[in-house]
Design a protein around this ligand. Structure first.
Ligand code: LLP
Length: 385
């Protein structure tokens, strides 16, 4: 159920806040687990998408593993009751302190992003006589056909070990006794909706895996990262992403060896649709260009995606009625990029109206900041109303 079903209750609350549809979240997680389960795939939730405590509790309840990108994320996952044996730690530049902490927790595996990181993890593991399980994060040079700021797997990127360095990485493993390679890891980008991209990616993974086989290295795990996109334009159309199509194309294209497990690190597709940013209209006015403007109490500090990536989030009025007309919907922050939409189609907007910015459950509250010394957005959950 979207925020619309709860308008009466929401109208009484202080704004802005994130509204979470806990039933849709549970249904989405159940569907992802069921579709992945058909092939024995293991899904790790990319905690960076949303670390709200109720969301993390739902993730744990659904039996997902966790993908962390900082020591604090590893700590949060553990303190929330997630199993260390199901935590993968990615992160392009892990500090010594973060590595030591994760080693102490005996996490499932470190996704290593450079030759130097292999040496560092080996040395830090040796300090306490441990052997760290690692996966090499390989940059496969695949075009994800998504926004350039969220593309991570192309040749000219800061992520991963370049495929030209694989042999050197393999050679170095022989002289690093405190790390043990258990797999290879990839992540090509985010908000990918073209299933063919995942097919092409799997073909690349097959080739890279062959390379390891030829070197006599057995890979127990293949980790394909995340990236499955969601429908921002039509949040009510198909609120649950096409997990069947996604895992299906991987199953048809990826060549796995007997006993090998396949892992995923999904963030957006698990939580985006369940969240909305609810905001109140403070002022309306028209500018000299004749544009109608609705100034709202949420800003880029609450949801930075439109300012940062020109991302589109559908905006709806929860309280207004009548024919739709275009409005610029803008926030209170002293930045001209603090605009949620230049031309949102809304019924006549008045001071005090409630608007909802849809599909904001992923990379929304998690990326909030206190710029302008604003408050961080609160959370409201459907099952607590
Ligand atoms: N694994 C790794 C190594 C990642 O870097 C990411 C996302 C994921 C998994 C999860 O990807 P997902 O399933 O959510 O696409 N803030 C941006 C998205 C940044 C994604 C960063 N990495 C946005 O708001 O669009």
């Amino acid at each position: 159920m979207s925020a619309r079903q709860y308008t009466d209750q929401l109208q009484k609350l202080d704004t802005p806040f994130y509204f979470y549809d806990m039933q849709l979240l549970a249904d989405t997680l159940a569907k992802a687990v069921a579709e992945a389960g058909k092939y024995g795939y293991k899904v790790h939730y990319a905690l960076k998408a949303n670390f709200d405590p109720r969301i993390v509790a739902a993730i744990r309840k659904a039996g997902l593993g966790v993908d962390c990108v900082s020591g604090n994320e590893v700590r949060l996952a553990i303190e929330s009751g997630c199993l260390a044996s199901e935590i993968v730690f990615a992160g392009v530049a892990k500090s010594d302190k973060e590595i030591r902490y994760a080693l102490g927790q005996d996490i499932f595996s470190f996704n290593c992003e450079s030759l130097q990181e292999l040496e560092v993890i080996n040395a830090l593991a040796a300090e306490t006589g441990r052997t760290a399980r690692i996966a090499l994060r390989i940059n496969p040079d695949v075009d994800p056909r998504t926004h350039k700021h969220i593309s991570t797997g192309q040749a000219d990127s800061k992520f991963g070990i370049s495929y030209t360095e694989i042999n050197e990485a393999i050679r170095s493993l022989n002289r690093l006794p405190n790390i043990r390679i258990v797999g290879i890891h990839f992540h090509i980008g985010s908000q990918i909706t073209d299933m063919e991209v995942f097919g092409n990616f799997c073909v690349k993974v097959n080739k890279i895996q062959q390379w390891f086989v030829e070197q006599g290295i057995e890979l127990k795990h293949l980790n394909l990262g995340g990236g499955l996109g969601v429908g921002y334009n039509d949040p009510d159309g198909k609120p649950i992403p096409d997990f069947a199509g996604y895992f299906g194309i991987v199953n048809r294209t990826l060549e796995t060896k007997p006993g090998q497990t396949v892992h995923f690190e999904l963030g957006r597709s698990l939580v985006a649709q369940s969240g909305e940013l609810v905001t109140r209209v403070l002022y309306t006015k028209q500018n000299a260009a004749g544009r109608q403007i609705a100034l709202v109490d949420a800003g880029m500090t609450d949801l930075i995606r439109p300012a940062l990536y020109q991302a589109h989030h559908k905006i709806e009025s929860l309280t207004g009625q009548g024919p739709l007309q275009p409005y610029m919907v803008a926030g209170p922050v002293c930045e001209s990029s603090d605009v949620f939409a230049k031309e949102a189609l809304l019924p006549e907007v008045k001071r005090g109206d409630l608007l909802t910015i849809r599909t904001a459950g992923a990379y929304g509250s998690a990326m909030a900041s206190r710029y302008n010394l604003r408050d961080l957005p609160r959370s409201v959950y459907s099952d607590e109303l």
